[in-house]
Design a protein. Structure first.
Length: 334
């Protein structure tokens, strides 16, 4: 089975982290999101993965020098300009000659979904497109899907106004598509699968959906990226966990690290306190500083306190400074 994984987005909502690292290359529990995602695809029978690249393609190519990831053969399709989700799927699928049923995954979603079960469901229902669904408390920020008893999609509404959602089931970002879907996607311009292609397939009664209660998280926002990491050190993710402090991190013996993920290539000085946080390669945490619910790639000065903040590779908190709910550098910069 072949798959296309969408990894070409700019990752605006995860700035400033994505100024230096494209979102799917960010680590969750010391392993990149893309590697975790592909590992799950391979577990469900995928053998060949095409990365639909656009924004910052180089880190993906450099990360897998032998052209494989988690046992899957990797292929790369780099768009000359962003084509949005459907445009990217068509561009990538045609670049590698996909002409049969294939899997598509958003490159920022982590899930334990059994891909082979999704493919079986798709085939047994004779669907042209099958979406994986997850139930959430507040579906208004997502593509919301209403289905019949047999799983046929009745309505697909992208980001409906709060209170108007037709169900609490959302598009979880993994699909099985027939190659015929490619012919529905106009070429040479941006096309959204959520806003254009799926509604057209739904209108013809050829879209099905498969709801599960598997672990699922969209890592595309800072609080969710943090949560995806902390889920692996808190035991919330059944069957998957990671060490909090990587053996190649430098943590002073008097520093305290609690419920946090500390990457290789970080430095935590004496008497620092790091709680419910993620430190990424390059982070330096000053003596006596205190961090909570934050993600850091940059420099935290001695004696600083940092709460609920995101500090990118070029970001810094001065010695003795106290900040909360901030992002540095400012994500509003172009
Ligand atoms: P935001 O800017 O924060 O919305 O993030 P994003 O750019 O990643 O967009 P979004 O989360 O909506 O995208 C869902 C998935 O599609 C992600 O895995 C993106 O990498 C991918 N994606 C979005 N737009 C494009 C595109 O134009 N080309 C390609 N190849 N992938 C895309």
């Amino acid at each position: 089975m072949r798959a296309v994984v969408l990894v070409g987005g700019i990752g605006t909502r995860l700035r400033p982290l994505t100024y230096s690292v494209p979102k799917p290359m960010l680590p969750v529990g010391h392993v990149s999101i893309i590697e975790r995602l592909i590992t799950n695809l391979v577990g469900g029978g995928v053998t060949d993965v095409t990365l639909a690249l656009g924004f910052k393609p180089e880190p993906f190519i450099e990360a897998f020098p032998d052209g494989t990831c988690a046992g899957a053969q990797l292929r790369y399709a780099v768009e000359p300009e962003p084509l949005d989700t459907a445009g990217a799927i068509r561009f990538a699928a045609e670049a590698v000659g996909i002409d049969d049923t294939f899997v598509v995954a958003n490159g920022d979603v982590l899930t334990d979904l059994d891909i082979s079960a999704l493919v079986d469901f798709h085939r047994s229902h004779g669907a042209e497109a099958t979406l994986h669904l997850i139930a959430v408390d507040d579906p208004s920020a997502f593509g919301v899907v209403a289905i019949d008893d047999d799983g046929r999609v009745r309505r697909f509404v992208e980001k409906p106004a709060a209170g108007t959602e037709p169900s609490n089931l959302i598009n979880a970002g993994t699909y099985v598509l027939e190659a015929s879907v490619l012919g529905r996607i106009p070429t040479g311009r941006k096309v959204s699968i959520e806003r254009s292609t799926f509604p057209a397939i739904v209108a013809e009664g050829l879209a099905y959906a498969y709801a599960t209660d598997d672990y699922w998280i969209d890592t595309g926002m800072p609080d969710l990226y943090l949560a995806a990491n902390l889920d692996l050190v808190s035991g919330r993710r059944s069957g998957q966990s990671c060490v909090g402090v990587h053996p190649a991190a430098s943590v002073h013996p008097t520093a305290l690290v609690e419920r946090s993920v500390v990457a290789a290539g970080t430095c935590v000085a004496n008497d620092a306190r790091v709680v419910d946080s993620v430190l990424l390669a390059g982070a330096t945490i000053g003596a006596g500083s205190c961090l909570s619910r934050s993600v850091v790639m940059g420099r935290i000065g001695a004696g600083a306190t940092v709460h609920d903040s995101v500090i990118g590779a070029d970001g810094a908190v001065a010695d003795g400074e106290h900040i909360a709910h901030q992002r540095r550098p400012d994500p509003a910069r172009p």
